[in-house]
Design a protein around this ligand. Structure first.
Ligand code: NAD
Ligand code: WQD
Length: 359
């Protein structure tokens, strides 16, 4: 069976990472069914994926479904036989998860339980799950290797930790299951076309979208959280990874599953290099030609000083490594921002309400 015959369910495929991955899956010849409740995304993103996919657009399907609605989800599983699932759908804002823990546990855990149950029922036993470096908590050292102790510092992180454990249990109970847990570090950037990218609702929580919105004039200045960390310039260091590299990591994971990988494996998706807040700002200024006004304030609660990935295991076992550096990440982030200063929507546009469509 070539990838052309394979059918992949992509949950959360209208979102930032899901849309970029859906495009690469289509280009690799897979048939892609996206389900998304559009809670943090718009259907326009899927339309743009279809446009970019060109001749492969006929292999893209979208259903507006909430994973918590098991009846609707069951209908899709009864209709299509999936060869594998890539599970992105979930809520991801750390601060919001602290304020609304039940919402996060309900959405992320119930959604995943429904999905796993239906996969079991319908004999679909190949899964790639979007985990996060957040499961390393505040790591005691860097680089983070996959066997570091796991912990969570907020409810969002706890949902990732719980889901990882639930999936491990499911796989242990039925060795037919083969699963890859991918722990993303800090995804940034956009597809080189500038047609798809990250479009957060409200004030961004993460550094790169915040910097982008300052550059296009939507926000006045960037607050730098902490200048007294034991790092090169005192600001926090993270492992930023281009979203196209990240998307490519999912292709590598599926390839591994389809070539007979067994069990439940976990891999970091990062570059293995750390970059400070001030280095990101400088790179973005170079890429955009815009000055980013800064305000230096105190540390953000719960932040680590320095987090970056060990990429040894993923390079060795999935034969994947990130290709892009910070300059390319900023170039593509700026390209997306310049073309779409308000994201997918005009400032006052309404949410779309299409139930399902075929492209
Ligand atoms: P995103 O919010 O852009 O995409 C998630 C998508 O899931 C959205 O389109 C949303 O509408 C959908 N969704 C949420 N709950 C749903 C539900 N109950 N039913 C159906 N659809 C639902 O986020 P993203 O940045 O693309 O992240 C994708 C995944 O990767 C998430 O699981 C996230 O936790 C994880 N992750 C993201 C990052 C990051 O920094 N972006 C880092 C590590 C891990
Ligand atoms: C990066 C650096 C901040 C905003 C978060 C989640 C994690 C994962 C990725 C999902 C830090 C500094 C930020 C700002 C700043 N997501 N910063 N001013 O905290 O590494 O990780 O996103 O799984 O779970 O916690 O990313 O982009 O928020 O911060 O100075 O306005 O930028 O202090 O050093 P983080 P981030």
């Amino acid at each position: 069976m070539s990838s052309t015959d394979k059918v992949i369910l992509v949950t959360g495929g209208a979102g930032y990472i899901g849309s970029h991955t859906a495009l690469l899956l289509l280009e690799a010849g897979y048939k892609v069914y996206i389900i998304d409740n559009l809670d943090n995304s718009v259907e326009e993103a899927i339309e743009r994926v279809a446009k970019l996919a060109g001749k492969y657009r006929k292999n893209l399907f979208f259903y507006k479904v909430d994973l918590r609605n098991k009846d609707q989800l069951e209908k899709i599983f009864s209709m299509v036989r999936f060869d594998a699932v890539v599970h992105f759908a979930g809520l991801k804002a750390v601060g919001e998860s602290v304020a609304k823990p039940l919402l996060y546990h309900e959405n992320n855990l119930i959604g995943t339980l429904n999905l796993l149950d239906l996969m079991n029922e319908h004999g679909c036993t190949k899964l790639v799950f979007s985990s996060s470096a957040t499961v390393y908590g505040q790591p005691k050292s860097v680089p983070c290797t996959e066997d570091f102790p796991l912990s969570a510092t907020n409810p969002y992180g706890r949902t990732k930790l719980f889901i990882e454990e639930i999936i491990r249990d499911v796989q242990k109970a039925d060795p037919e299951w083969s699963v890859i847990l991918l722990r993303y570090f800090n995804p940034v950037g956009a597809h080189q076309s500038g047609l798809i990218g990250e479009d957060p609702r409200g004030i961004p929580n993460n550094l790169m979208p915040f910097v982008q919105q300052v550059a296009v004039g939507r926000l006045a200045e960037l607050s730098v959280f902490g200048t007294d960390y034991p790092t090169r310039d005192g600001t926090g260091v993270r492992d930023y990874i281009h979203v196209m590299d990240l998307a490519d990591g999912h292709i590598a994971a599926l390839r591994k599953l389809f070539t007979g990988a067994k069990g439940c494996s976990v891999y970091n998706l990062g570059t293995g290099r750390g970059t400070s807040v001030l280095e990101i700002v400088a790179a973005f200024e170079r890429a955009s030609g815009k000055k980013i006004p800064l305000k230096f304030i105190g540390r953000r609660a719960g932040d680590s000083s320095e987090v970056y990935a060990s990429t040894e295991k993923v390079e060795r076992e999935l034969h994947w490594r990130a290709r892009y550096g910070i300059d390319e990440m900023c170039r593509d982030q700026w390209n997306w921002a310049r073309e779409n200063p308000w994201g997918y929507r005009a400032p006052d546009s309404m949410q779309q309400s299409v139930e399902s469509s075929r492209f």
